[in-house]
Design a protein around this ligand. Structure first.
Ligand code: G6P
Length: 578
């Protein structure tokens, strides 16, 4: 029988007739628990149908931590509220306690955005975080579940750490658990539990992450100016879509209650376990409802955030799409509209390799250092920790600053609103002004999803062999009147300027003499089959107001010709074009 004893305002001590038992349970290892840069993502059925699948992975995460550091440490735990999160969360608590963790900081009802988790890790100087999200993948009984481990800096664990977790998982023989421990995720405040053979009680703190995240943003942006923009005499109209993920409560509190935007400015704000049956990814395809609602010109700015709140998409009036690569470059060009950067100065800019080179133009003009990193936010974190990076982003709908170590969707929306507040121009005019000044990087991404794994790997291997032939460089490709000559071809590799770690095989790049570029890359997200992404980027100084797909059609034809993608996959076109 477990009872709560009310100790003082917010502390509950769970006493038991005897301390809770810690059990060691024998298990058999799984060989497929490779956590990609987004963590271990699998269909819910995989977790439900394979005995101890989640137990095993969590044990591998705990065992990966240095024993002395783990004893008594603090971890932050949160999730995007998807189906099975609550069950998974209860297991995290029981296993964390058994593994010697001293304190868990958990979001109310177990729900917390990824940016809020990152900020709490830093605020509480925690050892790291366990994040229960599968990124922007669908939820529900037939959807995905994910488990991601973040390090003490608040960002995704580096590959050396995820490698170690994977190695441990392949030989795991047992896990430890405290099965009688029942946490109340709905009770804000502290809960303490006595465990056998432990001197100190195990503590769980359920926190209001919305308030602490709001506080973080208050110290970055000029809330008075944003309030004037959203609710003053010359207010603009915005529509921000939480896509039925975690961000609803944050949007209501910050945009509506605090900054005065009307309640109807935020939509799909009730977190749902299956995200309403939709794909909670902010892009033109999956955030179609937002795109449609922008068409009639009622709203000045539209934004969508993904289910765990780290990704964002920005739209101008009539649904004009600001590509994530452009959005990053435009925030960079207007960075001093954000008070935080006036105080910290700008230490450097960074983008992932497949992201367009629009940011490079701003870096050149402002003489600010630019880093080109492999895909994944962890690489940015390293630069930020070393004080070399202030603003970064990826073509995969992520932008953020060094206030945390994850991309940050709502931060990006407030960054845009800050630009509008200071420049007093529309989104569409800011975009046009930018292109006039810096030129435009036309940019598109073709995704080929659900390909046969072996076929996809073989295709990439063959393509690399072809690209590495001596005769490939200087080869010319012609489509109608357009001639493109190869200047350089490689498989991108990155040497981390901070710790000199080399990361290889990060994508096949073909650079042409006119500055255009084609990149082929296998998605690291896992899931069913393989996904090949083809990224096309072409720079124009003068001809800046054309249709992207028309402008890039010749390069797309060349990309398909070189890779033989359609012939070899039997596809007639991409599954998705962004
Ligand atoms: C996750 C990471 C991003 C990364 C993206 C790439 O969302 O958080 O940092 O850009 O994956 O996904 P991909 O499927 O292209 O490997």
């Amino acid at each position: 029988k477990h009872t709560y004893i009310h100790e003082h305002a917010c502390t509950y001590r769970r006493t038991q007739d005897s301390p809770l038992k810690v059990l060691t349970v024998a298990t058999a290892p799984y060989l497929d628990q490779w956590p990609g840069c987004g963590g271990l993502r699998r269909r819910v059925g995989v977790f439900q149908g394979n005995r101890h699948y989640l137990h095993n992975f969590l044990q591998s995460v705990f065992s990966c931590m240095d024993l002395r550091e783990r004893q008594g440490c603090t971890l932050v735990v949160g999730g995007d509220g998807r189906f099975f999160n609550r069950t998974a969360m209860e297991l995290v608590v029981q296993m964390a306690a058994a593994n010697g963790v001293g304190r868990l900081i958990i979001g109310h009802h177990g729900i917390m955005s990824t940016p809020a988790i990152s900020s709490l890790v830093r605020k509480y100087k925690a050892m790291g975080a366990i994040v229960l999200t599968a990124g922007p993948h669908p939820g529900g009984p037939h959807g995905d579940l994910g488990v991601k481990f973040n390090s003490a800096n608040g960002g995704p664990a580096q590959e050396t750490v995820t490698n170690k977790i994977y190695q441990i998982s392949r030989t795991l023989e047992e896990f430890t658990i405290c099965p009688g421990l029942r946490v109340d995720l709905g009770a804000l405040g502290r809960q303490e539990f006595d465990l056998e053979n432990k001197f100190k009680p195990f503590t769980v703190e359920i926190v209001d992450s919305v308030e602490s995240y709001a506080n973080l943003l208050r110290n970055i942006f000029d809330f008075a100016a944003l309030k004037e923009l959203l609710s003053g005499e010359h207010r603009i109209r915005i529509r921000v879509d939480a896509m039925s993920g975690v961000m609803g409560p944050y949007l209501r509190r910050i945009l509506c209650e605090e900054l005065g935007a009307p309640a109807k400015s935020v939509v799909n704000c009730v977190p749902l376990e299956d995200f309403g049956g939709l794909h909670p990814d902010p892009n033109l395809t999956y955030a179609a409802e937002l795109v449609d609602s922008m068409q009639d010109g009622h709203y000045d700015l539209g934004a969508a955030l993904d289910c765990d709140g780290d990704r964002n998409m920005i739209l101008g009036k009539h649904g004009a799409f600001v590509t994530p690569s452009d959005s990053l470059a435009m925030i960079a060009a207007n960075i001093f509209c954000i008070p935080y950067f006036q105080h910290t100065g700008v230490r450097g800019f960074a983008r992932s390799m497949p992201t367009s080179a629009a940011l490079d133009k701003v870096a050149q003009a402002t003489k600010i250092d630019l880093y080109e990193t492999p895909v994944g936010w962890g690489f940015f974190g390293n630069l930020m920790d070393a004080g070399r990076l202030s603003l970064c982003g990826e073509e995969s709908f992520g932008t953020g600053g060094d206030h945390i170590r994850e991309k940050d969707g709502l931060w990006s929306v407030l960054a845009w609103l800050s630009i509008l507040a200071i420049r007093r121009k529309s989104v569409n005019d800011i975009v046009k002004d930018h292109w006039r000044k810096y030129g435009r990087n036309y940019y598109t991404r073709y995704d080929y999803e659900g390909l046969d794994l072996d076929a996809a790997w073989q295709l990439m291997d063959d393509l690399e062999v072809l690209m590495m032939e001596k005769s490939f460089v200087s080869q010319r490709f012609a489509v109608a009147d357009n001639i493109y000559q190869v200047e350089q071809a490689d498989n991108f590799e990155y040497t981390d300027p901070v710790d000199s770690t080399i990361t290889r095989n990060q994508g096949l790049r073909i650079m042409f003499t006119n500055g255009s570029r084609i990149v082929y890359r296998l998605s690291g997200a896992g899931g069913v089959g393989a996904t090949i992404r083809v990224y096309i980027d072409s720079y124009e100084k003068e001809d800046i107001f054309q249709d992207t797909q028309v402008m890039l059609a010749p390069l797309a034809t060349i990309a398909l010709k070189i890779s033989q993608l359609h012939v070899r996959t039997g596809r007639s076109g991409p599954s998705m074009i962004t």
